[in-house]
Design a binder for this molecule. Structure first.
Ligand code: AMP
Length: 415
């Protein structure tokens, strides 16, 4: 019997896993510089955390959740996104009783029963951040800038940032009234009407050509913002301008999760085809209260690691070169092996990446191993090297060798 991974999951193995790890690290490093701290959470929660948090009108909740009954008869769901679980934890552990905003980051696998295709998986990976407790537009700009910096750290350039404001509840109520009136005149099927009933904004997200056409003249939420919401959005834009972050206003943007209010944003990559969303997020005013917490506002994002890696590959960015070994050590004989084990350990502790020809291989085979490892340098250590304390360091790219004192080799010798 030959096992295969379940349909639609993403898996990473060397060399690609090196790039994957680097993407994750680079995406989160700007958040750490801004004071966000790790929240390590379970990958499953009570189903209601998501039905109440994410919203019943969304595809995520209505058809994509991995929900099952556990052995105690509880309804459990594998997390399809990060924010609802973060809120549950913040409320449960009273993290919102200290200084605000609470700033946290997370990273890990997420699960959605989607139709698998390039860049769209049933288990995928995200890094995310949340800043909870203050409604300051400068935090919106900070959150957006952190995502932008992550992509730029990786060297990505072919992406754009779309932003809009989904307004506060008064803005949405005013817009809903005119939108519902507009939609009532459209020729829609039963299932679509039912979806619209829960959240009429969903219709902006409908990709069917006929619907797109019908929605071309629909009233836009951004034109119904209350003065307060409009002023908040103006400030977000002003701060982004100050930070030199380029954006496009996209008033038809609808996020896939229902909890967003106010600022919403999305990073879209030019070369990724149908699944071009690199990451996105926004502000959520009612989420915490709907999960039984205080009425605090928050803002955050979720960035797809898988898609960001695909984007780097599409732009031809090499993320693996820095993890090549600096040195490949080839010990010949038992005494040389005794020496090499300690020699290698010292170099690693000094910060060099060092590999070794294990398995007592003959010189020819071991040199092949050095080639295959991609190491920058190789050194053969035998009896004469040990007695003289001098070895020949071979530059694997140029083939040039130079005599070196073994005790003088350190991490800097390979630059
Ligand atoms: P969302 O939580 O829907 O706002 O998604 C945030 C980001 O996660 C998206 O922009 C994608 O990069 C990534 N993402 C969401 N769903 C999937 C999926 N099924 N497969 C791969 N990446 C995904």
């Amino acid at each position: 019997m030959k096992f295969q991974a379940p349909k639609g999951v993403s898996e990473y193995f060397p060399e690609r896993s090196i790039a994957f790890e680097k993407v994750r690290r680079e995406l989160i490093s700007p958040a750490k510089l801004a004071g966000y701290k790790l929240l390590e959470l379970p990958v499953f929660e009570d189903t209601e955390v998501f039905t109440r948090g994410v919203g019943e009108s969304t595809d995520v909740v209505s058809k994509e959740m991995y929900t099952f009954e556990d052995r105690g008869g509880r309804s459990i769901t594998l997390r399809p996104e990060g924010t609802a679980g973060v809120m549950r934890a913040v409320i449960e552990h009273g993290l919102d009783r200290g200084q605000l905003p609470v700033k946290v980051w997370y990273s890990g696998p997420f699960f959605r029963a989607e139709r698998p295709q390039a860049g769209r998986y049933r288990q995928f990976y995200q890094v995310g951040i949340e800043a909870i407790g203050l409604d300051d537009p400068a935090i919106d700009a900070e959150v957006i800038a952190i995502a932008d910096a992550g992509y730029r750290n990786l060297g990505l350039t072919k992406f754009r940032l779309d932003i809009t404001s989904l307004g506060d509840s008064a803005s949405r109520a005013a817009h809903r009234e005119v939108l519902v009136k507009y939609i009532s005149k459209l020729d829609l099927d039963e299932a679509t009407r039912a979806r619209v009933e829960l959240n009429p904004l969903r219709l902006f997200d409908d990709k069917r050509e006929a619907v797109v056409k019908m929605m071309a003249g629909a009233p836009l939420l951004i034109d119904y913002l209350t003065p307060q919401s409009a002023s908040h959005f103006e400030k977000v834009k002003k701060y982004l301008d100050k930070l030199g972050i380029r954006y496009a206003i996209n008033p038809r943007m609808v996020r896939g999760l229902d909890y967003y209010t106010g600022t919403a944003f999305e990073f879209v990559h030019e070369l990724l085809g149908a699944q071009s969303g690199l990451g996105g997020g926004g502000r959520y005013d009612g989420l915490m209260e709907s999960l039984g917490g205080q009425n605090l506002s928050g803002i955050g994002f979720g960035l797809g690691i898988d898609r960001t890696l695909l984007a780097c590959e599409a732009e031809g960015i090499d993320l693996t070169s820095q993890s090549r070994p600096d040195l490949y050590v080839i010990p010949l004989g038992e005494e040389a092996k005794d020496f090499s084990i300690k020699f290698i350990d010292d170099l690693r502790k000094n910060g060099a990446i060092v590999d070794c020809a294990y398995g007592d291989r003959a010189l020819k085979g071991a040199m092949k191993g050095a080639d295959k490892s991609g190491a920058k340098f190789a050194i053969v250590i035998g009896d004469s090297e040990i007695s003289s304390g001098i070895g020949e360091l071979k530059n694997m790219e140029t083939g040039v060798t130079s005599s070196v004192t073994l005790s003088a080799i350190n991490a800097k010798s390979f630059n």
